[in-house]
Structure formats: structure tokens, C-alpha cells
Design a protein around this ligand. Structure first.
Ligand SMILES: [Zn+2]
Ligand SMILES: [Zn+2]
Length: 180
């Protein structure tokens, strides 16, 4: 079952809205060729505070990243809790200190418009924030040889074997095959 992640502010009851998402990956907008979002679970607890919306959330996702060195895809699990304060777009930027103990630096403050909250965007942003600066399938990944393209984790570099690249090398190869 696909659950809608767009929440109408008008539908949020006074006691709050509690949503569990068992599979979000289809709902989250695609990132790029190097980051694929797999199985993802999430939770949102949404409360109204006047015109503002407070969101406590949690997300856990199996992300498939592309190794910077060997270009292989590898899985990485990310999990995080988050808090957002959303203001109506018209009020955005108004001083918060009077109604909140936390300063603007300590919380993520965003705006919403058209009376709806895009839950999938919050999940997506939180997943991306958890990703490392460098994507390595393993810390000691040896990468690909720039000369022959061999994956040096699994194979030996073939650069020296391919030399000398001349008529004699071709002859030697012909000889080798005719013997078989
Ligand atoms: Zn690698
Ligand atoms: Zn090589």
C-alpha cells in the first residue's frame, strides 16, 4: 500500500498527526545516478502550534552508493531522527525567539505553502544529510587502474602485460594460439 506523504495542514487535528511509512523509496524523488534510495521506513509526528507546524521525524534507509574509486555500487544504511519547524510562507523569517526556547541555529526552520507539507522532501533531505562526503565501498579500496581499467581489488594490473605493443607482440600471440 502506498501512503501519501503530502499532508494537508487543514487535516492536522489538534492532538497531532502520527504517521508511519513502511516503504517510502518510491515516493522519494530520485537523487542522481550515484545515489539510489532503496528500502526506506519513516515516521512523522506532526503538531500545530498556531500557524506553525512542528515535525518530529525518524527515517531509516538502505541507500546504494557508487564507490568513488572502483565505481561499484555498495549499500549503506542510514538512520536519523530530526526536527523541523515549518512556518507559513508569508510569516517566514519572523523572529521565533518569543515563542520558542530554541534559537534558529539549533533547529531547521522552513516554510510551507499552499497549505501542504511535502513529507517526502523532508525524508529525502534527511537521508542526503547522512551521506558521507566521500563514497568508498571500503576504506582501503584500491580502485581502478587508470591505464588498463582493472579493478585492483580483484585483479592484477595488466598494463605491463600489454606492452610491448608492436608487430612482434602480435606475432608472438599468433604463435601461441597456433600451438593450441
Ligand atoms: Zn571501491
Ligand atoms: Zn593497469
Amino acid at each position: 500500500m502506498q501512503i501519501e506523504t503530502r499532508i494537508q495542514v487543514a487535516d492536522i487535528p489538534e492532538e497531532g498527526l502520527f504517521l508511519n511509512f513502511s516503504e517510502l523509496s518510491k515516493l522519494i524523488p530520485e537523487v542522481d545516478d550515484y545515489v539510489k534510495i532503496g528500502t526506506t521506513q519513516g515516521r512523522l509526528e506532526i503538531h500545530k502550534s498556531g500557524a506553525n507546524i512542528e515535525i518530529n521525524g525518524w527515517v531509516k534507509s538502505q541507500v546504494h552508493l557508487c564507490c568513488d574509486r572502483c565505481l561499484k555500487s555498495f549499500p549503506k544504511e542510514v538512520e536519523t531522527s530530526f526536527f523541523y519547524l515549518l512556518q507559513p510562507k508569508a510569516d517566514f523569517g519572523r523572529d521565533l525567539s518569543s515563542d520558542h526556547q530554541l534559537s534558529r541555529d539549533e533547529i531547521d526552520v522552513y516554510w510551507y505553502e499552499d497549505g501542504q507539507i511535502l513529507g517526502e522532501e523532508l525524508f529525502r533531505e534527511q537521508i542526503l544529510l547522512q551521506l558521507p562526503m566521500r563514497n568508498l565501498c571500503k576504506e582501503e579500496c584500491k580502485g581502478l587502474c587508470a591505464g588498463c581499467g582493472a579493478d585492483l581489488n580483484e585483479a592484477r594490473c595488466r598494463c605491463s602485460e600489454q606492452e610491448p605493443e608492436g608487430p612482434f607482440a602480435v606475432l608472438a600471440q599468433l604463435k601461441a594460439t597456433s600451438k593450441n
